[in-house]
Design a protein around this ligand. Structure first.
Ligand code: ADP
Ligand code: MG
Length: 264
């Protein structure tokens, strides 16, 4: 049964979507069956995997509103073990439309329960807020992975996120775990990046992944080709880092895998 992991941090631009796409793709290349669910109305995870929101007719919104089954809206990607539930433009309305809906925070959990057996990992790309879409993700998830940008004010807002996770643990999802923290956009030449890393490791210890994602222009370019970094430029530092992250995640879960020659 799939491990469901939500990528969440209510700050925008910290690398949630880049991590959602490339961790999913790296896991797929390491032999895992992966589903990425795009919960951000911006739809960047969908377009980054070749499904721009104006090119798909149904997606996460229809699943949350219970207009469509998840298996009828999931889309293939150029990687054969990776599928995506895309975001469409109407997802922006879901926050408001769900407010009056029955069991509004449980919608995603219910939908995922039906497909959990078909995957090894389900990755949820959350929007930059702690609203109803993120709440659906935290209630559907087994664990939360927090991307932390190795930049100014990285820790700002982390307390609010941890309190939200705690509140969900006390309420609708007592089994929710913290998968950990991954440092993103790390620049080894910048003292600030090292300071943020040091502080995060001091505060959160083993929760912080050893794999660190460097700032790498290739990671910024890949989405405009609708491709993950492992396909766009498998030799880049960004690709290696995401494969390292995927490998570390699999080891943490005791899952055996083989790293393909082309990715080492
Ligand atoms: P979020 O989903 O948290 O808002 P994104 O993943 O969309 O953040 O990243 C914000 C911007 O930073 C995007 O333009 C993305 O291409 C770029 N970016 C993210 N991670 C990296 C990285 N490691 N190196 C270079 N650019 C990155
Ligand atoms: Mg995003």
């Amino acid at each position: 049964m799939a491990h469901v992991i939500a990528l969440s941090n209510q700050k925008g631009g910290v690398g949630k979507t880049t991590t959602a796409i490339n961790l999913s793709a790296a896991l797929a290349r390491l032999g895992q069956r992966v589903l990425l669910v795009d919960l951000d109305p911006q739809g960047n995870a969908s377009s980054g995997l070749g499904h721009p929101k104006d090119a798909v007719s149904a997606g996460t919104y229809d699943v949350l509103m219970e207009y469509r089954d998840l298996d009828s809206v999931r889309q293939p990607t150029s990687l054969d073990k990776l599928e995506v539930v895309p975001a469409t433009t109407d997802l922006i309305g879901a926050e408001v439309e769900l407010v009056s809906a029955d069991r509004r925070e449980q919608r995603l959990r219910k939908a995922l329960n039906r497909v959990r057996d078909s995957y090894d990992f389900i990755i949820l790309d959350c929007p930059p807020s702690l609203g109803l879409l993120t709440l659906n993700a935290l209630i559907a998830a087994d664990a939360v992975l927090v991307p932390l940008q190795a930049e100014y004010y990285a820790m700002e807002g982390l307390g609010e996120l941890l309190r939200t996770i705690h509140a969900v643990q006390k309420g609708a999802n007592p089994d929710l775990r913290r998968e950990g923290i991954v440092l993103t956009m790390f620049d080894g030449r910048n003292n600030l990046s090292k300071e943020v890393e040091g502080e995060a490791r001091k505060l959160f210890g083993k929760e912080v992944f050893k794999a660190v994602i460097p700032r790498n222009v290739r990671l910024g370019e890949a989405p405009s080709y609708g491709k993950s970094i492992v396909e766009y430029d498998p030799r880049s530092t960004g690709s290696r880092a995401y494969v390292d992250l995927a490998a570390e995640l699999l080891r943490r879960h005791g899952i055996k895998f083989k790293r393909p020659e082309a990715l080492s």
